[in-house]
Design a protein around this ligand. Structure first.
Ligand code: HEC
Ligand code: HEC
Ligand code: HEC
Ligand code: HEC
Length: 289
């Protein structure tokens, strides 16, 4: 028979090891606080998340990641939640006369929005904590009770800015090509040299490097080492552009997503920002204004 206590302990030990590993990786950032003490800890052991806490589990990662049987339909690592495709009204030419980039909601922002659009309970998971809790379409933790003022049955409700909703036309564009319409040269190849410049010179030219066999892009700022992709850089997410009729259609290009500005694991800087936003340093990393 499966010894539940032992299994749980073993898992706990693994998580501790995983966290120790994470601490090593993040070791460079001395002030790294850890996700347990952030608003992204939704479990019963919550540190600072007074609004969203379920009695269903004390695990932390499980609300977003699973080690097995994850959702490969979204470009987020080992994702443990269903995501909404095609329901979003985006920031685009109907809301701005000056926008240049191609917008398509297929990237990692869908993962953030699986909670922040308010349509789905935050404990809706594909592979729930423990054994035998796999449900392909996602299910909430049985017996879990949500506490806190800003939720309704574990869904973000409309009382907060954090609940972005499905209308994103009033939010900074996400799922949008970087550089004000992309990089001047390129191809459909994921390893293309892409030595071009920003089509719109109002943007900082991104750094790029082949990482793990494909070209990765980011925007360097004054934090960390120039020329290295780091968690304190503005991370860009590469995929093919879908802009019919444009010269870059089908090209593999960098995009801005929620994770470009936010690191969901680290609230050393307010609101999970990758760098402090004093003097609007986040904005000025990308925009030359
Ligand atoms: C609230 C949701 C959420 C929680 C909770 C969460 N993550 Fe993540 N994690 C994400 C998202 C979204 C990404 C992809 C973001 C990106 O591309 O930077 C990610 C990326 C990662 C990555 C790869 C990129 C990186 O930053 O290193 C690792 C490793 C990771 N998570 C580990 C963990 C572990 C371990 C835990 C639990 C201690 C955890 N995460 C909890 C949302 C979460
Ligand atoms: C599992 C659900 C879940 C996912 C997935 C998730 N979040 Fe959150 N997030 C929350 C909750 C709950 C809060 C707390 C909201 C509140 O207190 O009003 C929060 C708060 C935040 C805040 C505000 C923090 C503050 O100090 O006020 C930011 C920024 C944020 N999330 C960004 C992200 C980003 C970016 C992603 C994807 C990389 C993401 N979240 C994914 C649940 C989630
Ligand atoms: C271009 C950068 C950028 C992108 C992209 C971005 N954010 Fe933010 N976000 C910010 C900044 C900066 C703040 C803090 C605003 C301030 O301090 O005035 C913020 C604040 C927030 C907050 C806190 C809101 C509040 O007032 O309580 C949440 C939640 C949030 N972001 C979620 C998201 C999600 C989810 C996405 C993707 C759909 C996203 N952000 C994309 C820059 C960004
Ligand atoms: C990761 C890079 C990045 C960061 C950081 C960033 N932006 Fe942007 N921003 C973009 C891109 C790309 C666009 C789309 C521009 C286009 O295609 O014309 C954009 C669009 C905008 C627009 C709309 C422009 C239009 O023509 O309608 C405004 C306004 C804006 N950003 C302000 C900000 C502010 C304020 C901040 C800081 C809170 C910020 N941005 C941070 C990349 C960034």
């Amino acid at each position: 028979m499966f010894n539940h206590t032992k299994g749980t302990k073993r898992l706990a030990a693994r998580v501790v090891k995983l966290l120790a590993g994470a601490a090593l990786v993040f070791g460079g950032a001395a002030a790294y606080a850890g996700i347990a003490a952030t608003k992204h800890n939704l479990g019963a052991s919550t540190g600072s998340n007074v609004n969203y806490m379920t009695t269903g589990t004390t695990e932390i990662c499980v609300f977003c990641h699973t080690p097995h049987a994850s959702n490969t339909g979204v470009k987020a690592p080992l994702w443990n939640k269903p995501v909404n495709g095609g329901v979003y009204t985006t920031y685009n030419t109907s809301t701005s006369a000056t926008i240049d980039g191609s917008v398509s909601m297929t990237g990692v922002s869908l993962a953030c929005l699986s909670c922040h659009d308010g349509t789905q309970a935050m404990d809706s998971m594909i592979n729930g904590p423990g054994s035998g809790n796999y449900v392909a379409g996602g299910a909430t933790i049985s017996g879990g009770v949500w506490t806190g003022a800003n939720q309704t049955a574990g869904k973000m409700n409309s009382n907060t800015v954090a609940m972005l909703g499905t209308d994103l036309s009033n939010d900074h564009p996400v799922g949008i090509q970087y550089c004000g319409g992309g990089i001047s040269t390129g191809s459909a190849s994921t390893t293309d040299a892409s030595t071009g410049t920003c089509r719109d010179p109002d943007f900082t030219t991104p750094q790029n490097k082949i990482i793990g066999g494909a070209r990765a892009w980011w925007v360097d700022n004054s934090v960390g080492t120039a020329g290295n992709r780091e968690k304190t850089d503005m991370i860009l997410y590469a995929r093919a552009v879908t802009l019919s009729g444009d010269a870059t259609d089908g090209f593999y290009q960098p995009f801005v997503e929620c994770g470009s500005c936010h690191d969901p694991h680290n609230s050393t800087n307010a609101t999970f920002l990758r760098i402090p936003n004093a003097q609007s340093a986040v904005c000025l990393t990308c925009h030359n204004k």
